[in-house]
Each structure stands twice: as C-alpha cells, then as structure tokens.
Design a binder for this molecule. Structure first.
Ligand code: FMN
Length: 453
C-alpha cells in the first residue's frame, strides 16, 4: 500500500478552516513548519509528501480577493518547489512531489526545475502534472482567460514529450569528471533535443544530468475522459477519488486497461485514492475530534473554493435557484464537480446549494472517522478490493492530523501486513516499486490511449 501526504504550501490544509483548529501550527511562513511535517511523514514511512498548487488565490467569488483574505481561504500560496526543498533537506527517504502547470510554463523550465530537485534529494522527486483551472490563474500569468479544457490536455501531451525529451539528454554514464585527462563528459552520450511541434519548439541540449532514479516520477490526477486518457498515457502515480468501493474498482480497472492499451505495463502505474481520516486512540476519541472539526467550516469557505474550482462566479446566483443549462455549460474548471452535482441531486439543473452539498468542498463531511481499526478496515477494503494501490491522505490540520495517523493507523496497517515497515530503497522509484526508466522508453510505450474512456 502506497501512502502519500496531501500537503499545501499555504496557511491551511485542504480544509480551509484548518487554520482555525486549536492545534494548527501558525508558522506556515517558516521552513521549520514544513520541515516538521516532513519529519512526521518520514517517521510514518510515507512514500511521498505531495504539494498541491494553484497559481492564484480563490478570488473568483465576486471576482474579489476580500473574502479569501478575510477568512484565510487558501489565500497564501508559497512556491511549492522551493518549499519542497526545505522538506527535502531534513528528510532522507521521503519522496517529494509538487504540482506544476503545463499551461503557464515552458517545458524546458519545468524539466530543469524537477530534474534539479531530483538530484538535490538523491532521486526522490515527483512532478504532479496539471493543466490549471481558472481565469484567476490565467490573469496572474498574463493571459485573458483559461484555455479550453481538452485543448489544455492536447497541449500537455506535447509538453510531456518535450520534458521527457530533455530528461533523456544525458546518458547515465555521460559524466566523466576526469581531472587527469581533462575530459568532463562524453559528448557522444549527451544528446540535443530538436522539437518542433504544434504548441512548442525547443532546440538545445539539456543542462541537468540524470539522477539516481533516472528522472522524476510523473503524477497525474485527471478525472474527465480527456484527463484520464492523459493520465493513462503519462502518469506513474495517479491521484483519484473513489466515493465507494464499486466506483473505485470500475475506475481502477478502466485506467489500468487504458494504460495497457497505450502500450504501458499497467503495473507501472499506482492509483492513490483521496482520503481524509479523522482518528484517535479509539472510535470515541475520533468522534470527539470530528465534533470539534465540524464547528470550523463556514459556508463562505465552500463557495470560494467552488468558484475557484469550476471557474464560475457563484456570487451572481441565489443559493437555491437552479443553474441554467448555459451556466452549467460555462463551468470550465473541474467538470466532475458539475457532473457529480447532477448525479447526486438527481436534477438536470442543480442549484448552487446542490453543488455545494455534493462536492463536500470546504467541509469535513467526507472524512472517514474512527479508531485505528475502523480506519484500517476502510483502507484495507479499498486496497484489497482493487479500488486503488494506496492513498493520498489529506489532513484536517497540521501537523496534528498526520501525527495521529502515524501514531494510530500506520502501526495497525503494518500489523496487518498492508504497509511497509521500512523504506526498501533510497530513491522514490525504488520505494514505490516503479522501474527506473530507460532513456527513450516512453517514446515506444506512451502512445495516445484510444478515445474510449
Ligand atoms: C488528489 C488530487 C490532487 C490534485 N492536485 C491539483 C493541484 O495541485 N493543482 C491543480 O490545479 N489541480 C489539481 N488536481 C486536479 C486535477 O489535476 C484535475 O484537473 C482534476 O481532477 C479534474 O480533472 P480534469 O482535468 O480531467 O477535468 C488534483 C486532483 C486530485 C484528485
């Protein structure tokens, strides 16, 4: 079972109200805050610490930042790759992942940043490939509005080819650093990329040699049909959501099949399902913690996060009025939120309140509450039922929620033989059981998956 910590380089966890939790640390602007979270995750043998990111604060509600800032709704966002390094410097085995957008950066830049982190951490880096969601991000990055959903993914496909092309530049034994002969590296083993495509051109020789794990692990979390085809083609660790075992099993089987159709070995792709545990020494203790947590969220948290996620200004709409077909069609961000609201409410035109309730954004409503046994039972059912290969564990507050998970749940998972008791290797790939990629292997394996899913 793979465990990933779902982190934010900001003032709160995935739960925006978390900063109001009595046990939340408030020094989120310090390196020590992130170092401590890293130490806790590594003590619990987590495979990976992963930093989520957006390139804007959630200011789509009323197109104003006032609410986000007033209520601390994910309004601080530090650069996750820089924060990652702070965590990397105090850990030895923990994998280190961060999000970076294919829509707003150049492939060479992203390839170089993550390859550098990979070297500086001894082969522990991972990149979560996202295509970004909303107009606030577009405006911060000098564009008028966010690019159309599927076009973003077409562009991302080519982005990956350029990044991987650069990561292939240095063969493993290219570096010589032979002071006596004066030969620094073997030029026949360092290759120039010549890429001319629909979206990108990149001509040149990459400047970062290969790391101990070859290149960073690629993470992806596409949920739409187009997003899943992208994930099946490129993703090595896939973040997913499974509302129940049957749903998880269906999407697990579909994604693994899509990877096989794309010419990949499905076993080289690990699906991690999102879970928010609330735990303690017993079920009663966990329920007490949940009772406290439920007092923290405010409706404004959810509204701001939803407006951000679907790229629609909910301030223009009374809460209980049905959203029109045109309004629903204009949701250009996370389309699964709209689809789920329609499914759960049973209405063709759900209201804003329906969307709020079915999305669980900004609340702890979808948390799994229990003592070590109950939480382990829940994870075991999904894992052994082939609904996932592991979990991306979100926290209700930090570092407390991870401390509790590591103290109570990890030993129970280990006792059941579901989770490793020690890191098996040095690099992230070794610890995940993923193969070290051969140079150029992606060119034959990563074919576009057929348009079925
Ligand atoms: C666990 C998890 C983490 C995610 N992290 C990010 C992130 O850091 N930044 C981001 O813009 N999107 C993030 N996403 C959103 C996905 O990249 C993706 O856009 C979303 O699931 C919708 O799928 P689609 O792009 O195929 O429509 C995350 C999704 C999940 C499930």
């Amino acid at each position: 079972m793979v465990l990933v910590g779902f982190l934010q380089a900001q003032n709160c966890t995935n739960l925006p109200a978390s900063w109001r939790h009595p046990q939340s640390r408030t020094d989120f602007l310090s390196a020590d805050y992130y170092a401590e979270i890293g130490r806790v995750l590594e003590a619990g043998k987590f495979h990976l610490a992963f930093f989520d990111d957006r390139l804007a604060m959630p200011d789509r509600l009323g197109n104003d930042h006032a609410q986000a800032v007033e209520h601390g709704i994910r309004c601080v966002k530090l650069d996750p790759i820089v924060v990652l390094m702070a965590m990397g410097m105090v850990t030895q085995r923990l994998g280190l992942g961060a999000t970076c957008s294919t829509t707003y950066y150049e492939p060479f830049h992203v390839a170089r940043e993550f390859a550098t982190v990979d070297l500086m951490t001894g082969g522990r880096a991972a990149w979560n490939v996202v295509t970004s969601l909303n107009d606030s991000e577009a405006r911060n990055m000098g564009r008028g509005e966010v690019m159309e959903h599927d076009l973003r993914y077409d562009r991302a496909d080519e982005f990956m080819a350029v990044v991987l092309g650069h990561w292939d530049a240095w063969e493993d034994d290219a570096l010589l650093v032979d002071k006596r002969s004066g030969r620094f590296a073997d030029p026949s083993k360092v290759h120039r990329l010549e890429h001319d495509g629909r979206f990108f051109t990149s001509h040149g020789t990459f400047t970062v040699p290969r790391s101990a794990q070859g290149h960073p692990v690629v993470i992806q979390a596409g949920q739409s049909g187009r997003g899943r085809r992208f994930a099946a083609r490129w993703g090595e660790v896939i973040f997913t959501t499974a509302p129940n075992v049957a749903h998880g099993q269906r999407s697990y089987a579909a994604l693994k099949a899509a990877a096989a159709e794309a010419g990949r070995d499905p076993d080289t792709m690990l699906l991690c399902s999102l879970v928010t545990p609330v735990t303690g020494e017993s079920r009663a203790a966990a329920e007490d913690k949940m009772a406290l947590l439920q007092t923290l969220p405010r409706e404004i948290d959810a509204l701001a996060l939803l407006a951000e996620a679907v790229n629609f200004d909910f301030a223009t709409k009374p809460l209980d009025e049905p959203l029109s077909d045109a309004e629903l069609a204009s949701f250009s961000g996370l389309q699964t939120i709209r689809d789920r609201a329609i499914e759960v409410s049973g209405k063709r035109n759900p209201s804003v309140r329906d969307v709020l309730q079915s999305s669980h954004r900004g609340t702890v409503d979808d948390a799994v509450v229990g003592g070590p046994r109950e939480i382990a039972d829940h994870l075991e059912e999904l894992f052994t039922g082939h609904a996932c290969d592991g979990f991306v564990v979100a926290a209700t507050h930090v570092p407390g929620a991870y401390e509790e998970f590591v103290r109570y749940v990890v030993p129970e998972l280990q006792r059941r033989g579901l989770f490793h008791t020690e890191y098996s290797g040095q690099t992230l790939r070794e610890n995940l059981g993923l193969p070290r990629p051969a140079i150029g292997a992606w060119r034959t394996a990563a074919q576009p998956a057929p348009r079925s899913g």
